[in-house]
Design a protein around this ligand. Structure first.
Ligand code: FAD
Length: 300
């Protein structure tokens, strides 16, 4: 199917984009890589009458390190993140997750900002944003604001972005010493949207777990944080193998049975998603702890 008719604007500055967005309100949508928006329009799931192409706007691309964060321009292509030596060095979690997003052809076009703004509950990057506690820089004709990950996702395909808002930059904390990450997802075929995915990040204090964050995809209206499970991680003694095993198992159990309320659909029942969530959370936590302790090679 072809998308319904729309007007096309291609401004050459952020100010030009904001002007069009302010003029047309909820009739207008930014067009980034088009990998989600164009199919949604073809299926008549989205019907913007105005598209504002971000492709010619300078200053929206690029990756840099600043103040302990990696900063990504919203139009940075997913493939560029995947190939970036800076990302691999400072935020290996992101390098590990990216190959699981769709296919190389889609990552060549798809952008970091488009994925975060689209807020598909099955998408990987929103869960990464939430697990790392990153933040988003948003501009509109009224000014600029930063919104933290915990406040960015507000519902099904809903974010803190309102009419006239443009996501311009994303900041993710770089990996710290004595920290580790884990990512596991289950998809029927590589490149498909996952039935469940889990991103975990832990920080150590000596041989104890200082704290950790866990975020899941495909189990709710958006990325979901496993806050009850995170409480169990705090202070966990890693020197005692039995305590380590019990604590991580309990965190995985709480994730699946207290922190999420997964939907059932044609792809998977709610019970199967809970089962996957428990198994994958345990694997992600095992990897995160092993990396933090230096038991797992950084690149594996
Ligand atoms: P677009 O499609 O251009 O835009 C998406 C939405 O975000 C639109 O509403 C648009 O208005 C808005 N938007 C875009 N940029 C901004 C901005 N800067 N500020 C405000 N709003 C903005 N994704 C996954 O995460 N995992 C997968 O497994 C996966 N599989 C896929 C399989 C297929 C076959 C396809 C076609 C896509 C798949 N995707 C998957 C989606 C892909 O990652 C998209 O690239 C991404 O979701 C959207 O990025 P985009 O740059 O193409 O955004």
């Amino acid at each position: 199917m072809k998308p319904p008719a729309f007007d096309y604007h291609a401004p050459d500055s952020v100010a030009g984009v904001l002007e069009v967005l302010a003029q047309y309100g909820d009739d207008a949508k930014p067009l980034a890589g088009g990998q989600s928006l164009v199919p949604a329009m073809s299926f008549r799931l989205a019907r913007p009458s105005v598209l504002v192409d971000l492709g010619r706007v300078p200053g929206l691309e690029g990756i840099r390190s600043e103040g302990g964060e990696l900063r990504f321009g919203a139009m940075t292509r997913q493939r560029e993140l995947e190939a970036s030596a800076l990302v691999a060095e400072r935020l290996p979690l992101l390098s590990g997750v990216l190959p699981h997003i769709a296919h190389p052809q889609i990552r060549n076009r798809g952008t970091v900002g488009g994925s975060l703004a689209h807020a598909d509950p099955a998408a990987e990057l929103p869960a990464v944003l939430l697990a790392l506690g990153g933040r988003c820089r948003i501009r509109s004709s009224a000014g600029e604001r930063w919104v933290g990950a915990d406040d960015f996702y507000t519902g099904l395909f809903e974010t803190a972005l309102g009419d006239g808002d443009l996501l311009v930059e994303v900041a993710l904390p770089e990996e710290q010493p004595r920290s580790g990450w884990g990512f596991h997802e289950f998809a029927r075929r590589h490149g498909d949207y996952a039935l469940v995915g889990v991103v975990a990040q832990v920080h150590l204090d000596g041989r104890r777990l200082r704290d950790g964050r866990i975020a899941l995809l495909s189990v709710g209206d958006g990325p979901v944080r496993a806050v009850r499970a995170e409480q169990v991680l705090r202070g966990l003694d890693l020197d005692d193998p039995a305590a380590r095993d019990r604590g991580l198992a309990e965190a995985a159990r709480l994730t699946a049975h207290a922190d999420i309320d997964p939907p059932g659909d044609l792809q998977a029942t709610a019970a199967f998603r809970r089962h996957l969530a428990e198994v994958l959370t345990r694997r992600a936590l095992d990897d995160a702890v092993a990396r933090a302790l230096g038991e797992l090679a950084p690149a594996t």
